[in-house]
Design a protein around this ligand. Structure first.
Ligand code: PHE
Length: 345
């Protein structure tokens, strides 16, 4: 590289030099003007320049030295609070700092989708207490006094005056709504429920249910089936179908267990549906006339249907989470995977 080219390169370097800290300013000075600095070296080489070129080159070299010194003064002044810092603070073209945003819990996301699905066909949301009395959790729902569900094995009893327990299902809210309002009633009640179960991959002592209740004149089983078919297709897509199997609940007659064609294998058989092609998603039935009269609704005039599902179960089928315990460990690596879904429904 000729001397002229080296001067040009250094002129450019001086012009664009930047320094944020005192250290960087000093490094600039040493690199340019120090004993072994680039500008100093040029003066050494200048000695060999032919005399007819000396005048022009000498002038340019002196200018370079002056501008390097001026730049050094400038950087010294500005480092920390000077123009580079101002640029850092105010440069609108810099990429924005991304704040780590939290996300909704997957159970919250799924519960909200269930609520939205029923809200679209006119169901309101009702809530009730988690510490419930025997009347709302059991008696009004037609549980005989010796029913095994009342057993200490299943129910967490709460000490105090009267018989209180952590509710074992959200059907207790169905009683409260019927006692407190006149038909037509069309409501769902999402909430936590508690059962005295050993915690494992498939069971937990606390989980979430959504109960549904529709009471009016002439409500039929066909409407129940149509409503649940709409629910399954809205949540899992138009290709799923449902079937009902006869079952028993003290508070519904007839009662049924609802299966859905396995949304994971499409019905051809997989480990989730245990190769049957069907997965159980909820219990349901026509509200027992005795329950209606317990809640001061005339069963000669009105009929109704009810259904109840586990939110964790629906979430498991949507997200294929194999172990229930993952939901409550609150490991952010698990929870973060659902953040996109929070904004979808
Ligand atoms: N309460 C029942 C359960 O916890 C579910 C259910 C609700 C069944 C309403 C029928 C009608 O298993």
């Amino acid at each position: 590289m000729s001397l002229t080219e080296r001067i040009a390169a250094l002129e450019e370097e001086v012009r664009t030099a930047a320094a944020r800290t005192a250290d960087e300013v000093e490094r600039f000075r040493v690199a340019m003007l120090g004993r072994n600095g680039s500008v100093t070296a040029l003066f050494e080489d200048f000695k060999q320049v032919a005399s007819d070129e000396k005048r022009a080159l000498g002038q340019r070299l002196n200018q370079l030295k002056q501008s390097a010194q001026a730049r050094w003064e400038e950087l010294k002044e500005n480092s920390g609070t000077g123009s580079t810092a101002a640029m850092d603070a105010g440069d609108p073209t810099r990429p924005a700092a991304i704040d780590a945003a939290g996300s909704l819990h997957p159970i919250t996301v799924v519960r909200q989708r269930i609520v939205d699905t029923f809200a679209r066909i006119g169901f309101t949301v009702s809530q009730g207490p988690e510490v419930e009395d025997d009347h709302h959790n059991f008696s009004a729902l037609n549980f005989p006094p010796d029913h095994p569900a009342r057993d200490m094995q299943d129910t967490f009893f709460v000490q105090g005056e009267g018989q209180f327990a952590l509710r074992t299902h959200t059907s207790s809210v169905q009683v409260r709504v019927m006692e407190g309002s006149k038909p037509p009633i069309r409501t769902i009640s999402p909430g936590r429920v508690y059962r005295n179960e050993a915690i494992s991959a498939r069971a937990h002592c606390m989980f979430h249910q959504v109960e549904g209740l529709y009471v009016d004149k002439g409500v039929s089983f066909a409407e129940l089936k149509g409503t649940l078919d709409y629910f399954a297709k809205t949540m899992f897509g138009p290709d799923v179908s449902i079937r009902m199997r006869p079952s028993y609940f003290p508070f519904t007659e007839p009662s049924a267990e609802v299966d859905m064609s396995c949304s994971i294998c499409g019905g051809s058989g997989c480990t989730v549906c245990k190769h049957s092609g069907w997965v159980e998603i909820m219990g349901c039935g026509m509200v027992d006339p005795a329950v209606l009269s317990n809640c001061t609704i005339d069963p000669e005039v009105y009929s109704g249907f009810a259904f109840g599902m586990g939110v964790e179960r629906i979430a498991q089928l949507l997200y294929r989470v194999p172990d229930l315990r993952l939901y409550w460990e609150n490991d952010v690596r698990f929870l973060e995977q659902f953040s996109a879904d929070a904004f979808r429904s």
